[in-house]
Design a protein around this ligand. Structure first.
Ligand SMILES: Cc1cc2nc3c(=O)[nH]c(=O)nc-3n(C[C@H](O)[C@H](O)[C@H](O)COP(=O)(O)OP(=O)(O)OC[C@H]3O[C@@H](n4cnc5c(N)ncnc54)[C@H](O)[C@@H]3O)c2cc1C
Length: 288
């Protein structure tokens, strides 16, 4: 079943919650998704944010923000978003749910996980890719692998199955936590990614070698950039590209906080969230 909201916000950190305070108080139905991982979870004591003379822990600030949004009627979903679509209507996919919205905000923080495997970085863009929908086409009829072990890796693998001759899942020592639909799973840690000018394959620590045309990074949860790229949202070296109204290149799709780069601080995330929230209200009202 598909549920429609006026606004969907991915992230319940300072950027996502600040935006929600504006959309909710404007009377717009607002769904917020989060994975429970914010940059703030690890911040023991915050001393440089307005209004807390004795400091506050990151966890306490996060909990207070979520409580504030919940009290205003936010629909809170503790679910990882694995795919978004923003052309021809906004759709947000988790493993179990599809939602549509009139406006979407990416407030997913800056985290973009990779793996410290020798050779991996050097071959990015030369067979190593961060986007199955963008680059899967180049490996039609050839063997590819997905590096990851969770729901995001499973979503990337599903995109590749109709294209590649074989899709192998490399969990790099992690226990798989998603349904990979019977695809071959290699769980040994990676020893190195091989290739000179281009990727040729991978060697695992147990001695297994796999020849590969493409290797798709999907470690951990879907990051802002890995959600943005397949949806056609422009990104730069710092994160998602936005204008001063926090608009991306797609109509009705906004981004705020650490995922837009620049100063990675709560004050900047909250400020961008507030701008995005007010712009989302204007956008939704114009569409109504
Ligand atoms: C150890 C540490 C200490 C810090 N100390 C300070 C400090 O003292 N002062 C300061 O100003 N800043 C500090 N920061 C920086 C601060 O935490 C960030 O700038 C701020 O949290 C950014 O807010 P955000 O809303 O953009 O992203 P985040 O707070 O990172 O929130 C991201 C949200 O997106 C959600 N999310 C991500 N991906 C998905 C997905 N695929 N599906 C669903 N949900 C998703 C997450 O669950 C989370 O809710 C610190 C950071 C760290 C790591």
């Amino acid at each position: 079943m598909t549920t429609h909201f006026d606004c969907i916000i991915i992230g319940t950190g300072p950027a996502g919650i600040s935006a929600a305070l504006y959309t909710l108080r404007a009377g717009l139905t607002t769904a917020l998704f989060d994975t429970g991982e914010s940059g703030l979870c690890k911040a023991e004591r915050i001393d440089n944010y307005y209004g807390f003379p004795g400091g506050i822990s990151g966890a306490a600030l996060l909990a207070a923000g979520r409580e504030q949004a919940a009290a205003l009627g936010a629909h809170l979903f503790a679910e990882e978003v694995v795919r978004i679509e923003g052309i021809d209507g906004i759709r947000v996919h988790t493993v179990d749910r599809l939602c549509t919205a009139s406006a979407l905000l990416l407030a997913t923080g800056a985290r973009r996980q990779s793996a410290p495997v020798p050779g991996l970085r050097e071959l990015e863009g030369k067979g190593v890719s961060a986007c199955a929908i963008c680059d899967g086409f180049f490996h039609r009829g050839k063997p590819v692998a997905v590096l990851g072990s969770g729901a995001f890796a499973a979503a990337e693998a599903r995109e590749l199955v109709p294209l590649a001759s074989e899709v192998t899942v490399l969990t790099n020592g992690e226990t798989p936590t998603a349904d990979f639909g019977g695809l071959p799973l290699l769980t040994a840690p990676l020893a190195r990614v091989e290739g000179e000018e281009r990727l040729t394959g991978v060697l695992l620590e147990d001695g297994t070698r796999r020849a590969l045309s493409g290797l798709f990074l999907a470690v951990g949860k879907a990051s802002a950039v890995s959600l943005a790229l397949p949806a056609g949202i422009l990104t730069g070296p710092d994160g998602i590209t936005v204008d001063r109204q926090m608009r991306t290149n797609l109509p009705g799709v906004f981004a705020a906080g650490d995922c837009t780069g620049g100063l990675l601080q709560i004050a900047k995330a909250a400020g961008e969230g507030a701008v995005a929230g007010t712009e989302m209200v204007t956008w939704v009202r114009k569409k109504a």
